[in-house]
Ligand binder design. Structure first.
Ligand SMILES: Cc1cc2nc3c(=O)[nH]c(=O)nc-3n(C[C@H](O)[C@H](O)[C@H](O)COP(=O)(O)O)c2cc1C
Length: 318
């Protein structure tokens, strides 16, 4: 599958999720078949004025190839400068966040606030294309801010030179609640010529099929259902292999214990022990979901304060 100038091995994307899609988790998602992953959102101002702060968010492992960074901001000229940062050199794809609903972001006119201003959307994308003409540029939008306008926004995104658009089929007002209306994705796909990724509430193979068949989208992006369950990608890959020609491994899958251990060891490569320990806790709680002793795992992990304790818990329970 082509995305701008980049080859993606299948139609499956791991959605960007601040606080969750750290480099360790993205590594495990790719290991289990995700064709493309995105960094957590990174401030363009942070990149331009205080790049050190964003360093942890920009860490990647070699398995993430191609790799995508998600940027958020508002001013086109700051996007223009940010995309020329040496810290972004390794990224094949620059994605722009136009969906974040949280007040802290929206009140600065960033994230989903951009959905109200088609001209500004165009200016941001043009600035990125000028600043980094060699990069593939993608945009992640919602159905709209307080009313549906995804078709108009996607048309503006295409006209300004972006290579693909991902649509989370909810309004900003809905945050993550209520059902996603995937008909909006269908309308966007019918209206633009660039590839479209459908996003919202895909929890397994049946939802994946429904998303593809209802909307005709090119890619399916999965967020919450992959947390603690990167196996959602291998499961969908296996079941779609014949239809989509996905490049899937025939090797036996690694155990959950091996996955969690690797996830944590990658965090330790680039975070302080204290930060790595804190970050892995919610993941381990999610990995334990559905296990008989999930409660005990959660209690133990929440009390852990060192890498050794985390390793002992993983070895003891998984
Ligand atoms: C905890 C959390 C953090 C998120 N962070 C981001 C983000 O940084 N950038 C972004 O574009 N979307 C973000 N999202 C939205 C997801 O990418 C996705 O659009 C949304 O969760 C719907 O997909 P899902 O139903 O598969 O989870 C976040 C969602 C969650 C739950």
């Amino acid at each position: 599958m082509k995305l701008g100038g980049v080859d993606i091995k299948n139609r499956l994307m791991l959605a960007p999720m601040a606080g969750y899609t750290d480099a360790g988790f993205r590594h495990i998602a790719v290991r289990h078949g995700a064709g493309l992953t995105f960094s957590e959102m990174v401030s363009v101002k942070g990149l331009v004025y205080d790049a050190k702060k964003t360093k942890e968010l920009l860490y990647t492992t070699a398995i993430e190839s191609p790799c995508a960074v998600q940027l958020f901001g508002r001013e086109p000229e700051i996007f223009y400068k940010a995309v020329q940062s040496p810290y972004l050199k390794k990224f094949d794809i620059i994605d722009v966040n136009m969906g974040c609903p949280v007040p802290k972001i929206v009140k600065n006119g960033e994230g989903s606030a951009l959905l109200k201003d088609g001209e500004l959307i165009k200016d941001i994308i043009s600035a990125i294309r000028r600043g980094a003409p060699e990069k593939t540029v993608t945009v992640k939008i919602r159905s709209g801010y307080d009313k549906v306008n995804a078709v108009e926004n996607a048309a503006a995104i295409e006209a300004a030179g972006a290579h693909a658009v991902a649509v989370h089929a909810r309004l900003r007002e809905q945050y993550y609640g209520g059902a996603a209306d995937i008909n909006v994705i269908k309308e966007v796909k019918a209206a633009v010529g660039i590839p479209v990724a459908g996003n919202g509430d895909v929890k397994g193979y049946d939802d994946y099929r429904r998303m593809r068949e209802t909307t005709n989208c090119d890619f399916v992006m999965i967020g919450r259902a992959a947390v603690g369950n990167p196996y959602i990608f291998s499961d969908i890959c296996r079941r779609t292999e014949a239809e989509d020609g996905g490049a899937n491994s025939t090797e036996p899958p690694p155990s959950k214990r091996a996955d969690i251990t690797l996830h944590f060891e990658i965090l330790l490569e680039y975070c302080d022990e204290r930060v790595a320990v804190n970050n892995i806790k919610k993941h381990i709680a999610a990995y334990s979901k559905g296990m008989k002793n999930a409660r005990a795992v959660k209690d133990a992990v929440m009390a852990a304060a060192s890498a050794k304790e985390i390793r002992d818990i993983v070895d003891g329970f998984f």
